[in-house]
Design a binder for this molecule. Sequence first.
Ligand SMILES: [Zn+2]
Length: 60
Amino acid sequence: MAEQTEHFEPGERAPDSGIYECECGYHHQWRMDVAGDPLPEFPPGCPSSKWIFIGEQPVG
Ligand SMILES: [Zn+2]
């Protein structure tokens, strides 16, 4: 099982279901219920360019 951090762009297919968080520092999070669905665009005002897969549960 890989423990490395993985980064994904909006529109890229989510490799796993679970929580994805932006990298802007405001911890915008998005739950992907189905692996293989495309990741969403970032919310308004979010300057992030990548989603980071953080696992099955929200952090913080
Ligand atoms: Zn953000």
